[in-house]
Design a binder for this molecule. Structure first.
Ligand code: NAP
Length: 288
């Protein structure tokens, strides 16, 4: 069994991006600049945005943090997005989700200029991805594909089961897995799927993206399968200072011995997500 080390892979990719940035700067171009819009003080969002800003520094990017209280109106947020769309100094930007209930998330996503939508959530980017055109692919699916590539995991003709059909993970990763060049045969499961155990047990590659800790058990996985665990749920733990730890959708301890490759949680898909955002920002800067 090979443990897929997302942390080490992500560190390597950040080094590669930093080297590209230094070359760009040496050639007289400006550093890529990523802006992050953060609304409110949700602990998870604060951590994600802080990590994104830290990664910008590691990659040699500039970054801009724009904060709003959670009382911000939808109009104020839309005005800020229009400003960022027009700001030549900003190559790409993200609006950290989730947003407060009184703000229509889809309206916000669609207000972002798709050429600066480095999260890859705008319908233009989603549509272009689905027909295999160049675009910003959303960060988590793109990170998963990069792990498969870097570990040279064969995908052509393989049976891939994606468990979860969200717009940010399940659907895009299923689309990418079936794309020409990747060539997997893809089955997507969700909460209304019957016989998930039977479907998973025939998979060469399982991508679990449900947010149900430990859902994928050893009896659902065939010998030699590749298992990619996207799930990250905070569960109580007496072993950590915070009283919580992150748990994936896979019963790692019992599933890992059956696998040819498996990602751990934490340290698997998670660190790759930010790398993909950095890669998209670099691409946005180059395109501009
Ligand atoms: P989501 O929007 O809540 O979607 C969950 C999906 O799982 C839904 O499609 C749901 O089906 C399906 N599902 C739920 N219970 C199920 C069951 N018992 N059997 C089969 N399918 C079931 O979640 P998400 O945003 O895709 O995230 C999924 C997990 O990945 C979460 O733990 C999240 O924290 C994690 N995540 C990690 C990263 C990272 O960087 N590592 C990034 C994004 C997300 P229905 O559609 O029928 O409801």
């Amino acid at each position: 069994m090979t443990l897929i080390d997302g942390k080490a892979t992500a560190a390597q990719i950040k080094k590669e991006i930093a080297a590209e940035v230094e070359k760009m700067v040496a050639d007289g171009h400006k550093r890529p600049n990523l802006a992050a819009v953060l609304v409110g003080h949700d602990g998870g969002s604060e951590t994600y945005v802080a990590n994104k800003i830290k990664s910008c520094a590691e990659c040699g990017f500039e970054s801009t943090l724009i904060r709003f209280e959670d009382t911000v109106s939808e109009k104020e947020l839309l005005d800020k997005i229009a400003e960022l769309n027009a700001d030549d100094n900003i190559d790409g930007f993200i609006v950290q989700l989730p947003l407060p209930k009184h703000i229509d998330e889809q309206k916000i996503i669609e207000a972002i200029d798709y050429r600066k939508d480095v999260d890859g959530f705008h319908p233009v980017n989603v549509g272009r991805m689905s027909i295999g055109l160049p675009c910003f692919v959303s960060a988590t699916p793109s990170g998963i594909m990069e792990l498969l590539r870097r570990y040279e995991i064969p995908t052509a003709g393989k049976n891939c089961v994606v468990v979860g059909r969200s717009n940010i993970v399940g659907k895009p990763v299923a689309t990418l897995m079936m794309q020409k060049g990747t060539d997997a045969t893809v089955t997507v499961c969700h909460s209304r799927t019957q016989d998930i155990k039977d479907i998973c047990s025939r998979a060469d590659i399982i991508i679990a993206a449900m947010g149900k800790p430990g859902f994928i058990t050893a009896d659902m996985v065939k010998e030699g399968a590749v298992v990619i665990d996207v799930g990250t749920t905070r569960v109580p733990s007496s072993e950590t200072k915070s009283g919580f730890r992150l748990k994936g959708d896979v019963d790692f301890e019992n599933v890992a011995p059956k696998c040819s490759f498996i990602t751990p949680v934490p340290g698997g898909v998670g660190p790759m997500t930010i790398c993909s955002l950095m890669r998209n920002t670099l691409q946005a800067a180059k395109q501009r």
